[in-house]
Design a protein around this ligand. Structure first.
Ligand SMILES: [Zn+2]
Length: 89
């Protein structure tokens, strides 16, 4: 059995951070998107309901909780790249 090391935990956290999509305006990761879910494929755990993901909506729409508006999501590396570019210029 593998022993979970501090380094592994840090790597897993980094992977999650590296895989975020964020708001292209403010960089927030508090995004919601319209998707298809299985109407009868869900479980409830501690008051939260988890649906099985079935697929994307064709005209995918995203909502940013921080902007309180519709947004376009970008990958976090793209957002950070933009920020770096702004700071250099
Ligand atoms: Zn935003």
């Amino acid at each position: 059995m593998l022993k979970l090391t501090k380094q592994m935990k840090a790597d897993i956290r980094k992977l999650r951070e590296d895989d975020l999509i964020v708001c292209d305006v403010c960089g927030s990761d508090k995004l919601s998107e319209k998707i298809w879910v299985g109407s009868n494929s869900y479980i409830s755990i501690s008051g939260e309901t988890y649906y099985r993901y079935e697929g994307e909506v064709d005209d995918g729409q995203y909502w940013c909780e921080d902007c309180n508006d519709m947004t376009h999501p970008i990958h976090i590396s793209e957002y950070k790249g933009d920020e770096d570019a702004k700071q250099k210029s």
